[in-house]
Design a protein around this ligand. Structure first.
Ligand code: NAI
Ligand code: 13P
Length: 324
C-alpha cells in the first residue's frame, strides 16, 4: 500500500516516517517550498520537525497532483484547511485517513465529514491518539486509534501503519475518534491556564475530569460511543495534552493564564494550536445539540480577552450540581 501524506507540518512529517519504516516509498506534499527543499536536500524538515533525520524513501513535493498514484492518503493539514486542500486534489476513491484534530468553522463538521463532502467516493478513516510528533519521530512507544467504518480497510490500514513502537488499535467509531481529538485541544488550553495562573494541581485534575464529562456529553450527542471517548483518542489524548508544555494548546493556555492576549500569541506563529480555532465552533456546536460545556465556554471567553480571575470565579460560582 503506497502511502501519500498531505501536510508537511510536524505531524505529517512524523507520520511519513512511520509509514516509511518498513522501507516503502512515501510521498509527502508540503505547502511551503522551504519544507520541500529541506526534506529533499537535507533529509530533515527543519521548519516543523528539526533535528529528525528522515529516510531517503520519503520524497517531498509541492504538487498535490503527484499524490494521485498513492493507495491511501494521510490528511494532516490543519482542520480549518482540510476542505481547501482536499478540493485541489482529484483522488477519486483513494482512501483518506484524517489525522487533523478539529471542527470546521461555519459548518461545525468534523474533518472526516468535511473529507466525505469533498470526496464522496473516498472511504474515510481517522487516525488519532496521544501522539506528540517529536516522540513518534524518535521511535518512542506510542498507541493510536485507527477508526474506519469498513472493518477490512481499517484493519489493512492499521496493519500498514503499525510498527515495533507504533501500536494501532482498530475501531469502527469514526465520529468518536474524531471528537476526542477535537475537544481535548480546547480542554488542554484550560489546563494550561490553570498552570499559567498558578491555580494548583487539584484544579488541573478537576478540569481533566470535568472536561472529560463535557467531552462525553457532547460526543454522545453527536453519535460517538462512550468506550471510544474513554480510549486512546479521547481520555488518552486528553491526559497527554493537559499535562505537558510539549502541547501547543497547553502552552497557549499557560500564556493566557499569565495574562497574555490570545491574538498576540497567535499572530505570526507558523505552528498550529488547533484548540484556539475549535473552541468557538465547539461552543456553537454544543449549544446546537443542547449540551452544557462550561469549561469550553470559559476557554472561549478567555480567548476573546476575558479576565482570568473573573472567568475562574464565575466557573466556581455556578450552582452546585450532581456529578453524573
Ligand atoms: N504536532 C503533533 O504532535 C500532532 C498534531 N496533530 C494534528 O495534526 C494537524 C497538523 O498539525 P501539525 O503537523 O502539528 O502542524 P504544524 O504546527 O507543525 O505546522 C503547521 C501546518 O499548517 C499548515 N498550514 C498553514 N497554513 C495553511 C494553509 N493556509 N493551508 C494549508 N495548510 C496550512 C502548514 O503547511 C503546516 O503543515 C493538526 O490538526 C494537529 O492538531 C495530531 C497529533 C499530533
Ligand atoms: O495532538 C497532539 C498530541 O496528541 C498534539 O497536541 P498539541 O497540538 O497541543 O501540541
Amino acid at each position: 500500500m503506497k502511502i501519500g501524506v498531505i501536510g508537511g507540518g510536524a505531524w505529517g512529517t512524523a507520520l511519513a516516517q512511520v509509514a516509511a519504516r518498513g522501507g516503502e516509498p512515501v510521498l509527502l506534499w508540503a505547502r511551503e517550498a522551504d519544507v520541500v527543499t529541506s526534506i529533499n536536500t537535507r533529509r530533515e524538515n527543519s521548519v516543523f520537525l528539526s533535528g529528525v533525520t528522515l529516510p531517503d524513501t520519503i520524497r517531498a513535493t509541492g504538487v498535490l497532483g503527484d499524490l494521485s498514484g498513492c493507495d491511501a492518503l494521510l490528511v494532516v493539514a490543519p482542520a480549518q484547511h482540510v476542505r481547501s486542500v482536499l478540493g485541489e486534489i482529484d483522488s477519486g476513491a483513494t482512501p483518506l485517513v484524517l489525522c487533523a484534530k478539529g471542527i470546521e468553522a461555519g459548518t461545525q463538521l468534523l474533518v472526516g465529514q468535511v473529507a466525505g463532502q469533498v470526496h464522496p467516493q473516498a472511504p474515510i478513516a481517522v487516525l488519532s491518539g496521544p501522539t506528540f510528533a517529536h516522540e513518534v519521530a524518535a521511535g518512542q512507544p506510542t498507541a493510536v486509534t485507527l477508526a474506519c467504518e469498513d472493518d477490512a480497510l481499517g484493519t489493512a490500514l492499521a496493519e500498514r501503519l503499525a510498527g515495533p513502537a507504533f501500536r494501532t488499535y482498530a475501531s469502527n467509531d469514526v465520529i468518536g475518534a474524531e471528537i476526542g481529538g477535537a475537544v481535548k485541544n480546547v480542554l488542554a488550553i484550560a489546563c494550561g491556564v490553570v498552570e499559567g495562573a498558578g491555580l494548583g494541581q487539584n484544579a488541573r485534575a478537576a478540569l481533566i475530569a470535568r472536561g472529560f464529562a463535557e467531552m462525553t456529553r457532547f460526543g454522545l450527542a453527536r453519535g460517538a460511543r462512550a468506550e471510544t471517548l474513554a480510549g486512546l483518542s479521547g481520555l488518552g489524548d486528553l491526559v497527554l495534552t493537559c499535562s505537558s508544555t510539549s502541547s501547543r494548546n497547553f502552552s497557549l493556555g499557560v500564556g493566557l493564564g499569565q495574562g497574555r492576549s490570545a491574538s498576540e500569541m497567535l499572530a505570526d506563529r507558523r505552528t498550529v494550536a488547533e484548540g484556539a480555532f475549535t473552541a468557538p465552533v465547539l461552543c456553537q456546536a454544543a449549544s446546537a445539540v443542547g449540551v452544557a460545556m462550561p469549561v469550553v465556554d470559559a476557554v472561549c471567553a478567555l480567548l476573546a480577552g476575558a479576565d482570568v480571575r473573573e472567568v475562574v470565579g464565575a466557573l466556581l460560582a455556578r450552582p452546585l450540581t450532581r456529578e453524573a
